[in-house]
Design a protein around this ligand. Structure first.
Ligand code: 5GP
Length: 183
């Protein structure tokens, strides 16, 4: 679904499907160059990173496997609950492996710092992060994100896997929503 199909629900398109795709291809090339002959475990953070991981791995030439984690951070609204809980853990061990966490968006960095702490305690050989979008608060938090798609303004965005109350994940563009959607 394109932003144009949503009519008045959309306030502004920040990135088109084509711009997002182009950036994913660039990041995949960077990741390929960094990992070369090493096999990387892509750890997708459900549900938001589904589109990013699916597109990223198909643009990569490196050998990879994928695994998924689900954590709760936001509830149904647009503010962080401040509490991170594991809803679904990895299926396999990451001990001795080269792990790349694939995140949809980083806001406060709270979710990511929890994930980094949790996964590093499982003794991977390396642990890096890719985030499709990053908001300004993340720049002042201590989390180190090696691969960033786009640094975006401090606004709530939907599309490309990102939802509002479960909706808009299938929007292929990335956009902000009109105020009436929230009321
Ligand atoms: P953090 O812990 O960094 O504050 O929040 C990260 C998580 O909050 C993301 O994985 C995502 O689920 C959610 N989130 C943060 N900002 C946005 C946003 O602008 N739009 C949507 N849909 N989710 C967001």
């Amino acid at each position: 679904m394109r932003a144009a199909d949503l009519g008045s629900d959309i306030k502004e398109v920040l990135y088109t499907e084509e711009q997002v795709h182009q950036r994913v291809v660039e990041l995949a090339a960077q990741i390929d160059a960094d990992y070369q002959d090493r096999e990387v475990v892509l750890v997708g953070v459900l549900n938001g990173a589904v589109m990013t991981l699916a597109d990223l791995c198909r643009s990569m030439n490196s050998h990879m496997t994928m695994d998924w984690m689900a954590v709760s951070s936001y509830g149904v609204g647009t503010t962080s609950s401040g509490v991170v809980r594991i809803l679904k853990d990895l299926s396999g061990s990451i001990e001795g492996k080269d792990v790349l966490i694939v995140e949809d968006i980083i806001d406060t960095g709270l979710t990511l710092s929890y994930l980094l702490q949790n996964l590093s305690s499982r003794d991977p050989n390396s642990l890096e992060v890719m985030a499709m979008f990053r908001k300004p608060p993340a720049l002042t938090s201590s989390v180190d994100v090696k691969y960033v798609g786009f640094d975006i303004p401090n606004e709530f965005v939907v599309g490309y896997g990102l939802d509002y109350a479960g909706h808009y994940r299938n929007l292929t563009d990335v956009a902000t929503l009109a105020p009436h959607v929230y009321s």
